[in-house]
Design a protein around this ligand. Structure first.
Ligand SMILES: [Cu+2]
Length: 280
């Protein structure tokens, strides 16, 4: 490669990086890192991720630093002779003990976080989640009602016959409505094949397996709408069974529960049709 080729290659790379930085500033929504989520588990996972990330950065700086320095300092043009240090006990102890200590420093917080993530005891309420090809069914076990949540994205969007909406394939008719600041236990199962219930903002993904009940928990710290998906390839409609959670304040949630119960009674007596009726 000639010098001018090298220069133009360097200019191309520098220009590319510059463009990336500019476009990065322009689209603030484009993020590289994990999102923090809205539950204690998701925040703990995020903190662990950052902690381990910085350990990796430190290891990278030290290892590549030593490597770079060695390559420069012992370069052949300086007339250096390769040094021999077979069976150097001190060195072997050092490079065994340091990784061991790093592993302990990572394993202790990771294990304790895992125990907390799996501790589903003493929930304030329990939601039974059942996967079907291809929809989710939610039962409010403490409130005595339930409904099915089905994709609402029109097939024209899927088949590229209409422009795709903002929440393409992440929108449903009946969201799972939950209260904030309550420990909610999810009992997750399936009625046909294996599915998986994944909500990134809650920091967990749990398999939905017929005949088994897996559980998970969340305390949602912020009202809002959170979206997730089935993450176990479950057949032709796997992409068409999203999860939408609507987190409300306790007061709003209680009101919503009362409306659901009222709507259901109306439907059962058949006197009136209500559009808030939960589908059984
Ligand atoms: Cu599925």
């Amino acid at each position: 490669m000639s010098l001018s080729d090298k220069k133009s290659l360097f200019a191309t790379i520098a220009g590319g990086i510059g463009l990336l930085l500019i476009s990065g500033g322009a689209s603030a929504e484009y993020v590289f890192n994990l999102t923090e989520g809205v539950t204690p588990t998701s925040k703990e996972i995020y903190d662990l991720h950052m902690y381990i990330f910085w350990i990796c950065v430190a290891i990278g700086v030290v290892v590549y630093g030593i490597m770079g320095w060695s390559m420069y300092h012992h370069r052949k043009s300086k007339g250096a002779k390769a040094s021999q240090f077979h069976e150097n006990t001190v060195l072997e102890v050092v490079w065994t003990v340091i990784p061991f200590l790093i592993l302990i420093a990572v394993a202790v917080p990771a294990t304790s976080a895992m125990f907390r993530a799996y501790n589903t005891s003493d929930p304030d309420m329990t939601i039974k989640v059942t996967g079907y090809q291809w929809r989710w069914h939610y039962d409010y076990l403490d409130h005595g009602f339930g409904f099915t949540s089905t994709l609402t994205t029109p097939m024209e969007q899927v088949e590229n016959k209409a422009p795709k909406g903002e929440n393409y394939l992440l929108e449903v008719d009946n969201s799972l409505v939950l209260p904030i600041n309550k420990k909610i236990r999810f009992a997750i199962t399936s009625d046909d094949v294996n599915h998986a219930w994944w909500l990134p903002a809650f920091g967990f993904k749990q398999d939905a397996i017929p005949g088994y009940i897996n559980d998970a928990w969340a305390v949602i710290e912020k009202p809002g709408i959170y979206r997730g998906q089935c993450t176990e390839l479950c057949g032709r409609g796997h992409a068409f069974m999203p999860i939408v959670v609507e987190a409300k304040t306790e007061k709003e949630f209680d009101q919503w529960v009362a409306d659901q119960k009222k709507g259901k009674e109306v439907a059962l007596t058949g006197k009136e049709l209500s559009n808030t009726v939960a589908q059984q």
